[in-house]
Structure formats: structure tokens, C-alpha cells
Design a protein around this ligand. Structure first.
Ligand SMILES: [Zn+2]
Length: 366
């Protein structure tokens, strides 16, 4: 049976190497910049983020599409970005007038190469956008659960997490684990002690392209949370804010709000969103486009296996135990299922189209 999205759509990359066609394609379509990283991949290979600008330098409106904020999730993010480039190349998606496109490919290429969510410093880039000159946020629930989370005893872990959820509620459990923590570099959802490479890159791109003051639609591509194959549009702007109203105007009632408890995602500290919120006007918004795969319990389980594997340093990449964990990471964050991949491309195309239409509509009405 043919895919409804595109009969010739290539399968999603299953390794960092598989994302490389983005670079050649992007070079054809605009101004491509390479942002190299000091850290290397498992085979000693060099790693880089890339940014592509297409459209007028001084465009009033910019669609920004980010991938690989959480390294391994960049496999699917790269596929979406490559799909967009192919549609631009074949004129299936003309950019509207006075509108530019900024694609940032693999904000955390190290995590993509090592099939991890965090970067080489163990930092979850999406918890790193805090003020490091102020006291760091405290997550008391994480401190209580830390030992359990990294324990090898799966049964004891399940019992302890269930007990925590019974006492404090399921949302409190998820905030304790995934809300963000700033004490434990080996643990999951660690926000870091200083701005990460990916944060510095985002801040440089905002400056270099003079994005403050333009009308912006920012979409950050993620996977691994929520219903299988569904692309949830998560909005972390304040509830009563122009950003939330803009997201709802552009994307409709499907927009979910962690602060209102309507999202698969619980409220978090240090989100990448905040760097963009700070420069946005009232006709701009930032959304996370999160593609679900398997359950949240599976997400925690797979991720904790990966943190246990890396807790004493870089593991032997070829070892069977390493490959078992990495296979589970890849399967959770980028299933090799054609059905899942088709759902992802279908929804991504829809959300990109809505973002461009929203930019045009709001841009024309003011
Ligand atoms: Zn993510």
C-alpha cells in the first residue's frame, strides 16, 4: 500500500550518519552555516549542528524549525526537516512573500550520535534555559527518588515510584522525575550548571539573524511523549498571554497547555521556549511539536537504562549491553515503523502549513 504522505518518502534515519543528507539538500536551498562541536561521535566522527536560512534576509516574518534539542529525537526531526526541504525544492510548498525560513538541524548532535537525550555534559538542553547567576531551581521530589531511579532493581524501582504516585499524585511523580533537576549530572533531566552548547547556539542565531522584533513562528520538534503517532502541539507560554492566544488562533483547539494540565507534558523548568518568549511580539508564538511513541512509564524506563549505562563515563559502544540499551532508545524515540513515520510527516506538514498561514494572516492584519 502506498503512503498517503509521499510514495517515495525515504525511511527516517536510524543513526546520526543517516541525517547527513540534510546538509547536501540544505546547501541547494539557501545559506547553510555549520556550527561544529568539540565532542565526537562513537566512531570518533566530527559532529556539527547546521543552520539554514532561506528567503529574504530582512523578511518581516520567520518560521523557525528546530530539531535535535534532545539528541536522539533529532532522527525524526531531521526526517521532518528533510521532507520540508524536498517539498521546497519541488515547489510543493512556496514560501509566502516577506517570509523566511530558519532551520536548525540537530541542536544537540552529540546526543543524536550517541542515541541519548542529553548532551556530552549530561545536560538536558530543554532544562538549561535558567538564570545561572541566580540560585538554581530545586526539585525536592527528584532528590527523594534519585537513588531509586538509578537503581538496577527494576521491581524495587517500580514499587517506589508507585508509592510516590499514591502519596503525591501522578503529576507530582512526573514533575519529580522530569520537571528538571540541577544537582545530579549523571541523572536524567539535568539542567546543567552553565549555558550548554545548544543554548549558546540558539542565542547566537537569535542575535546573528536579528530575530527580535520580527514576527516569529517557532516549532521545536520532539518525540517520545504522548499517544503513538500523534503530534501534540504543546504551548508553554503563560496561560493568559499573547503567545498562548496566538498559538490557539493559528493551531486551534488541539493546542495543549501544561500549565492548565491539558498536555501530556507536565510543567518544567528551564525550557528552550523561554529564550524565544523573551524576544517575541504579540503576534508570535513558540510551540513544541511532540510526537508520541510508547507510554510515559516506558519512556522513563528506557531513559533510566541509558543513564545507568553512562553513569560512570562513556560505555564501550560495541558491547552487547550497550547496543541493547541503544536499540531501546532508538525504538522509543524513532520507531522504525512506516505507519508511525507516515503519521509524523502528515502532522508535521499540517502544523508547518498552519504556522505559515498564521504568520501571513496576522502579519497582514496589523
Ligand atoms: Zn524531547
Amino acid at each position: 500500500m502506498q503512503s498517503a504522505v509521499s510514495p517515495s518518502a525515504p525511511p527516517f534515519p536510524q543513526t546520526h550518519d543517516g541525517t547527513r543528507p540534510f546538509v547536501a539538500l540544505a546547501r541547494e536551498l539557501g545559506t547553510l552555516r555549520e556550527h561544529p562541536l568539540a565532542a565526537r561521535g562513537p566512531a570518533g566522527e566530527a559532529l556539527s549542528s547546521h543552520s539554514l536560512w532561506r528567503g529574504p534576509t530582512d523578511a518581516a516574518r520567520v518560521l523557525v524549525l528546530l530539531s535535535g534539542t534532545h539528541g536522539v529525537e533529532g532522527l525524526a526531526g531531521s526526517a521532518i526537516q528533510q521532507d520540508l526541504l524536498q517539498r521546497l525544492r519541488s515547489d510543493l510548498l512556496p514560501l509566502p512573500p516577506d517570509t523566511a525560513l530558519l532551520l536548525v538541524h540537530l541542536l544537540n548532535p552529540w546526543g543524536c550520535a550517541w542515541l541519548r537525550r542529553c548532551d556530552a555534559e549530561g545536560i538536558d538542553l530543554n532544562r538549561n534555559f535558567v538564570d545561572f547567576n541566580a540560585p538554581l531551581p530545586v526539585n525536592p521530589g527528584y532528590a527523594k527518588l534519585r537513588e531509586t531511579l538509578l537503581s538496577e532493581d527494576a521491581r524495587a524501582r517500580a514499587t517506589a515510584l508507585a508509592a510516590y504516585a499514591d502519596t503525591h499524585g501522578r503529576t507530582a511523580l512526573e514533575i519529580a522525575i522530569s520537571g528538571g533537576q540541577y544537582q545530579d549530572p549523571a541523572g536524567p533531566f539535568y539542567g546543567g550548571a552553565a549555558p550548554a552548547h545548544g543554548r549558546q547556539l540558539v542565542e547566537a542565531l537569535i542575535r546573528d539573524h536579528a530575530l527580535a522584533g520580527r514576527q516569529l513562528a517557532v516549532i521545536d520538534l520532539h518525540t517520545g511523549l504522548g499517544p503513538y503517532g500523534y503530534g501534540e502541539i504543546i504551548c508553554d507560554h503563560e496561560l493568559d498571554s499573547d503567545g498562548t492566544r496566538t498559538a490557539q488562533r493559528w493551531y486551534g483547539d488541539a493546542v495543549t497547555l501544561p500549565l492548565a494540565g491539558t498536555s501530556s507534558s507536565v510543567p518544567k523548568t528551564g525550557l528552550l521556549d523561554y529564550a524565544w518568549h523573551a524576544i517575541m511580539d504579540h503576534r508570535s508564538c513558540f510551540v513544541t511539536l511532540e510526537f508520541g511513541t510508547f507510554s510515559t512509564d516506558t519512556l522513563f524506563d528506557v531513559l533510566l537504562q541509558d543513564h545507568r549505562l553512562h553513569q560512570h563515563g562513556v560505555p564501550d559502544w560495541q558491547a552487547a549491553a550497550t547496543q541493547t540499551v541503544k536499540h531501546a532508545m532508538r525504538h522509543h524515540f524513532c520507531p522504525a515503523s512506516p505507519q508511525w513515520q507516515e503519521l509524523v510527516l502528515f502532522r508535521a506538514r499540517q502544523v508547518i502549513r498552519l504556522a505559515l498561514a498564521g504568520l501571513q494572516h496576522d502579519g497582514a492584519s496589523t
